[in-house]
Design a protein around this ligand. Structure first.
Ligand SMILES: Cc1ncc(COP(=O)(O)O)c(C=O)c1O
Length: 660
């Protein structure tokens, strides 16, 4: 589309500041992302602008190591900084409120189970007083392995549990681990009692409460009385009696809840904290020792930077979240006369989202013409007798011509063009218009649309917003939405997206993004913009490389970054169209202000993904080789062509699943 993106401070010269404002970078990216003087996105792993890792530099450095985008970049420094941020927010709130209990954040490994991330959380967590949370048997084993050398690190076990799960947890506790199983339903308490008897231990455990205060947004169903997990109030009461009868009430040390992820409204947190704390105090009054109040996860991330109570944002800061929790728990406990509990949160998204980002390359674009193809229009006007030229084509040609008259009202011209195009489509569908005439009508219509947008580039009237989005470019991008940004497809999650270079240059186009899967859903059509969510993204024109007069096949590299993707995207992503895991690298700041790769996890090869779906790559290779030999023997292809084909086959099986 020809209308340039509406730019902040239009009269000021273009600068890194203007670029940052255009993409709302400070709103969603502070303090971790900025723009360098050379117009590239930089990462400040410690949240300090003095230390900057240039993303273009990293991507080019990876290319020299034969690691091409799409690639996930993980920044360990950002993760550690985020952990410290949460720690400090709670510590400060505890001091300010003179709270008598402590605080632990446990990282739910389901949010991103990649070993390197879990190890980083564990390592920094020892210093910052963090723990881990697991929710299944494989996660339990991963959690036990991760904490093997650090037996004092808390390990909380949520999720559905069978006898084996519970027995493993009980035995780990007997071995000296600080493990705390949480009963999600009454039957799990019975299993706990059985395992405790069998191994002659008094385990420490928690129960999960089903709160009446539900969550909000997409995960509202995690809480509320119809929530999948947790004990109702009457089940909690009967469980206390059951445990008393079994002489195991002394093991009940924690009350837990989780009202959903991405809680965007702080009021929801306040309601849930109040309800859970009241229940906690009641349990203490009933004689349970308690001591720990686990408020689950849910601290949200401001993906679109709007700081609002909406699905992709939050209306509170980490500090406010911490202060509200500490203040509420303290006042309720003080009122009732109960000792302040140790507070646990299971903040996953808020901990890891900022530390991961995806970089991919744009490989082409579909652009609506700004000038009609005059040759095509002439052909359409002359292919039939003058009297038979379809009226809508004449009307569109006339409308286009009127645009150049001084007295022209572009709005009126556009309305005429809309009407004429509608009629043209009806005539074509009824068989009264040739394909050439239809193509000419479309060309004229698009050109009129583009000119109207240009005429209103300063301020676009409301009625043309839809036109702007319809005529936006489509940038084809080498990645799979289903593998790398599953929440963008599945739940319409907005992720901040912007070019990672050329930001010293004003973007002159607007567009949406299409991935390379054969799925029409593989598109991104909502973006974090200057004023919250937008339908199109400001983009730079692609620069063709070496054309021979025909359409461009290749362009100078144009890299895009999708930010805040560290939570949930990697494990939830799927193999749609057999696009596999992307490469993932851990980038670390070195002492001289440069960077190095601490870990490189190569993405799936074609061979890997074929195996996932039970194809045998060796059998594919054998049968293809037989066919090539036979085609050479029958002289359908030459021997050289056969050799090339074998090479493609072998390289292909060991190659990346994305375009290379
Ligand atoms: C029990 C439990 N704890 C913690 C979390 C993490 O939530 P979040 O990533 O929103 O902090 C979840 C995720 O849904 C969960 O189910």
């Amino acid at each position: 589309m020809s209308v340039p993106p509406e730019r902040p401070h239009a009269t000021a010269p273009w600068s890194a500041t203007t670029a940052a404002e255009l993409y709302g970078l400070a709103n969603w990216g502070s303090p971790y992302f900025g723009i360098s003087d050379r117009g590239t996105v930089v990462v400040h792993p410690k949240g300090d602008p003095a230390d900057a890792i240039d993303l273009l530099d990293v991507v080019e450095g990876l290319a020299t190591r034969h690691l091409t985008p799409p690639v996930v970049l993980r920044f360990s420094g950002v993760l550690e900084h985020r952990m410290a941020h949460i720690r400090t927010a709670f510590d400060d709130a505890i001091t300010a409120a003179e709270y008598q209990g402590g605080y632990t954040c446990v990282y739910p490994i389901k949010v991103n189970q990649q070993r390197h991330i879990c190890e980083e959380v564990r390592d920094a967590g020892q210093r910052l007083g963090f723990g881990l949370e697991v929710g299944s048997k494989p996660e339990l084993l991963a959690g036990l392995a991760l904490t093997a050398g650090v037996p004092d690190m808390p390990l909380i076990c949520n999720g559905f549990k069978d006898e084996e799960f519970i027995e493993t947890a009980i035995l780990a506790a007997k071995m000296g681990r600080k493990i705390l199983p949480v009963a999600e339903q009454p039957s799990e308490l019975e299993l706990l009692v059985r395992a405790a008897r069998a191994h002659d231990v008094t385990p420490r455990f928690g129960i999960r409460a089903k709160l009446a205060s539900g969550g909000v947004g997409r995960w509202a169903g995690s809480g509320g009385i119809r929530g999948k997990f947790g004990l109702s109030v009457s089940q909690i009461l009967s469980s206390v009696e059951y445990l008393r009868r079994e002489e195991l009430l002394e093991g009940l040390q924690m009350l837990h809840c989780h009202i959903g992820s991405q809680i965007y409204d702080i009021r929801t947190v306040k309601f849930a904290v109040s309800e859970l704390t009241q229940m906690y105090c009641e349990l203490v009054k009933l004689g349970a020792p308690m001591g720990i109040l686990d408020l689950g996860g849910g601290m949200g991330v401001d993906y679109d930077g709007s700081q609002s109570a909406s699905d992709s944002s939050v209306n509170y800061s980490v500090e406010q979240y911490a202060a509200d929790i500490i203040y509420r728990v303290r006042s309720i406990c003080d009122d009732v006369g109960v000792a302040h509990p140790h507070i646990v949160t299971e903040s996953g998204r808020s901990l890891v989202a900022h530390s991961g980002l995806l970089v991919f390359q744009v490989v082409g674009s579909r652009v609506f013409p700004e000038e009609p193809d005059q040759e095509l229009v002439r052909k359409a006007l002359t292919e039939v007798d003058e009297a038979d030229v379809p009226q809508p084509l004449l009307d569109l040609e006339d409308a286009y011509g009127r645009l150049f008259e001084e007295t022209c009202d572009p709005v009126e011209v556009y309305h005429d063009a809309e009407h004429a195009l509608g009629e043209a489509m009806s005539l074509f569908n009824l068989g009264y218009m040739t394909i050439t005439a239809r193509a000419a009508c479309e060309e004229l219509y698009w050109a009129i649309g583009n000119r109207v947008l240009q005429a209103h580039s300063d301020e676009l009237p409301e009625e043309f917003h839809d036109l702007r989005d319809r005529l936006a470019d489509l940038y084809f991008s080498n990645f799979s939405l289903f593998q790398s940004l599953i929440d963008s497809w599945g739940i319409d999650q907005i992720f901040p997206i912007m070019p990672i270079h050329r930001l010293d240059e004003e973007p002159t186009r607007r567009g949406t993004l299409a991935d390379i899967t054969c799925d029409s859903d593989g598109k991104v059509e909502r973006f974090a913009g200057q004023h919250g969510a937008e339908q199109t993204l400001p983009l730079h024109a692609l620069i063709p490389q070496g054309t021979n007069g025909g359409p461009a096949v290749e362009y100078e590299p144009y890299y895009m970054g999708v930010f805040l993707t560290g939570a949930y995207q990697e494990t939830l992503g799927d193999l749609h169209n057999l696009f596999g895991d992307t490469h993932a690298v851990h980038v670390v700041l070195d002492e001289d202000g440069g960077w190095y790769l601490e870990e490189v996890v190569e993405g799936d090869t074609v061979r890997d993904v074929l195996r996932y779906v039970q194809f045998d790559p060796a059998a594919i290779r054998r049968s293809m080789r037989r066919e090539i030999e036979s085609a050479v023997a029958k002289k359908r292809i030459t021997l050289e062509e056969g050799v090339s084909m074998r090479r493609f086959l072998d390289d292909g099986l060991d190659g990346y699943t994305y375009l290379e």
